[in-house]
Design a protein around this ligand. Structure first.
Ligand code: GLN
Length: 403
């Protein structure tokens, strides 16, 4: 049941229970094990628009990569509150499959519904914007409508602080002890972010979301990464405070998704809620340093207000080619860069892994950006008059990034 009273009936799977949350949709075609374990989905009921889900089953959590991190999952549990799909494969087939999607959801006590018209639901969310909703999976006959209505109207997402649920409670180390250190501020990190920091030659110290600046510096990090994570960035006040100091002290810093929004807020810019967000694996973004386009993986419901960047020292680094919203920022005088999309992908294309390599280059250059603002001031490709007109137009429900 959505907050406007519309009901979608289907067939339950996973764990029989009643739960409410913010209903969002993702247009990705594969990668449900990574998607469902992405901590950024905390508090949300996820609808997948790809019609067939579960056909390759669920692999073992015990399969690890070369760094000892779980290979097929982005955190230790399913993070979505519930799953809404069109068709569930009850027979799963893949060499790595150890259980079905249905079994996995049951074990993790997550309810799911299949057999609903996910196109209609998605259209509703696109027209109205994201809504609160409640799901009931019952093995005891019909569900009481009044109880569901109460569940939806009492549900909350905006303004909730999910950090205590998703962040590490104490520092944890990953990678070779002899390598230089990068601190990862864990605001709900995905394992693939840890994997990519190690890949570029560092040891990772993963620290709680509210770790103060002084505690971070006690590890003598070469740089700091602020991770992805759930909810409104404005509630992460401790992380914003720390980020302000990181900018001020010219500490090489990379923000990813929630981390990007936190850095913008720390710099004095503003964020706002998007109408229905960007969740999928085929979101085109333009690198404004050279007008190169990339296909990116995204999962966000908030964005940076481009006009609020004026006077903060931050400039737009990436713009979304679909709707011209801000997809990345970089500072003009500090070694601070950030992206709104997921360069670690997982699931999604690996096109933007270079963001991690660029961060390493900045660290190696002693905290100097050598390929940034200057390159953008002289774009290789001329922006046409028509393009200019399009990009400066403000579209309904979103704030357009200046090019
Ligand atoms: N993936 C993320 O880090 C999401 C950031 C933030 N919670 C948003 O929805 O915009």
């Amino acid at each position: 049941m959505l907050e406007d009273g519309i009901v979608f009936s289907g067939i339950g799977f996973g764990y029989p229970s009643e739960i409410a949350g913010e209903v969002v949709f993702n247009t990705g075609m594969v990668g449900y094990t990574e998607t469902l374990t992405d901590p950024s989905y905390r508090g949300q009921i996820l609808c997948m628009t790809y019609p067939l889900v579960g056909n390759y089953g669920v692999p073992s959590f015990d399969v690890k990569d070369e760094y000892g991190l779980p290979k097929f999952f982005e955190s230790d549990r399913i993070q979505v509150k519930a799953l809404l799909i069109h068709d569930l494969s009850d027979v799963a087939s893949h060499w790595s499959c150890v259980k079905t999607l249905d079994q996995w959801l049951y074990e993790q006590k997550i309810p799911g519904i299949y057999g609903i018209d996910t196109r209609e639901l998605t259209k509703k969310l696109r027209v109205h914007g994201v809504m609160m909703g409640a799901i009931a999976v019952s093995d005891k006959g019909p569900v009481d409508d009044a109880r569901m209505r109460k569940l939806v109207s009492g549900a909350k997402y905006e303004g909730l602080n999910f950090m205590p649920e998703v962040s590490t409670s104490k520092p944890q180390e990953y990678g070779d002890k002899d390598r230089p250190c990068v601190v990862l501020l864990d605001t709900g990190t995905k394992y693939s972010i840890i994997r990519n920091i190690i890949r570029t030659g560092f040891r990772v110290v993963r620290m709680p979301w509210d770790a103060p600046y002084e505690q971070i510096m006690s590890y003598d990090p070469k740089g700091v990464v602020i991770s992805n994570g759930p909810g409104d960035p404005k509630v992460c006040t401790s992380t914003i405070k720390t980020a302000t100091k990181l900018i001020k002290t010219s500490t090489p810093t990379l923000g990813i998704c929630l981390g990007n929004q936190i850095l913008a807020l720390a710099g004095g810019a503003d964020t706002y809620k998007l109408k229905f967000g960007h969740r999928g694996q085929n979101k085109p973004c333009v690198d404004l340093r050279n007008m190169q386009s990339y296909v990116t993986s995204q999962n966000h419901g908030y964005g940076i207000d481009p006009e609020s960047l004026d006077g903060t020292g931050f400039k737009v680094w990436f713009a979304n080619a679909d709707d011209d919203t801000v997809e990345g920022i970089e500072h003009s005088s500090k070694p601070v860069i950030a992206v709104q999309f997921h360069p670690e992908a997982s699931p999604g294309p690996y096109d933007c892994m270079f963001v991690f390599d660029r961060f390493k280059q900045i660290i190696d250059a002693g905290g100097r950006i050598t390929d940034g603002v200057k390159a953008r001031e002289k774009p290789k490709k001329k922006v046409t008059a028509e393009k200019k007109k399009k990009t400066t137009r403000k579209k309904e429900g979103r704030k357009v990034a200046k090019r």
